[in-house]
Ligand binder design. Sequence first.
Ligand code: PMP
Length: 353
Amino acid sequence: MSQFWSQRTHDLTPYVPGEQPKDMEYIKLNTNENPYPPSDKVLAAIQAASDEGLRRYSDPIGNDLKQAIADYYNVDTSMVFFGNGSDEVLGHTFAALLKQDAPLLFPDICYSFYPVYCKLFGIESIQIPLNENFEIDIKDYEIENGGIIFPNPNAPTSIALPLDDIETLVQKNPNSVIVVDEAYVDFGAETAVPLTKKYPNVLVTQTFSKSRSLAGLRVGFAIGAPELIEGLERVKNSFHPYTLGKPALAGATASMLDVETFEKNRDALIETRDWSTQALAELGFDVTPSSTNFVLALPPEGHSAEEIYLALKSKGVLVRYFKTPRIDKHLRISIGTDEEMQGLLNALKSIIT
Ligand code: PMP
């Protein structure tokens, strides 16, 4: 609190990222990072970009990265935007496309950054409750709106919405932008990128932080019709034109081109998720069907999520506990390596039996 803050600063409720404690070596399963490191090709590209000279500004247009993303998704480069993590891409999206006269709609349980951006940019919003199975029911979105945004698969529920449902939502809202936040799409959902070529009002956002093991490099991107991308570029270039440094541009480009490592790590993660889900169920947890690199797990009767979260932490295992209505009975557990998941299960066994 300070007399020097603007009224808007006073009114903000900033986002709180998952904890990163340094007091001991943890099995870290709380921020949905990838357990596998980026490939040697990516590391070599980052090194080469640094050696080549950080004295110069990075390329504000970033055509190589745009081309790599465009080729991967078979779209034109005019349909690609990138930024400093998908958080920044989302921030520009809220400012450029989602601040309208009618309210923005998003699920009551979803990425907790959305209400933060609404406050920052002064955007009216309505939170639409997920159904009792934690699913999005598109019929609930048939109300006047100035835009719709949701993660697909949703976070922290891990549940995916079928592409047909997304297309119906897009068709029913021809005058609003529909933003599909695909931070976790590579782990099991169908991307809505094909819709961006058919409809002028769909924007898909993705990140290199999860399926591409580059959370620390901070690169995210969006794909949509050229007019939507132009809107994002206008906001970006009114705020900070050099969003990505040279190492980030080079590392993300190399990562997009390294399809083999991407697929190998994704498949390994899915395999680990599937056996871990089974093992958690055998311990009495009720686990939602996950299309992501995390699971949402309801502890067995007689154990609260908060108690298990704290007990795990004391044993050196970090998972995410949200003290917020409707999901405060669950734990969100990121999928680690086989060894890390075995460590989690051993710790859980000693807590609940
Ligand atoms: N969307 C969702 C649903 C997320 O969970 C996250 C990660 N916290 C992001 C976007 C942002 O990811 P990043 O900024 O690392 O790209």
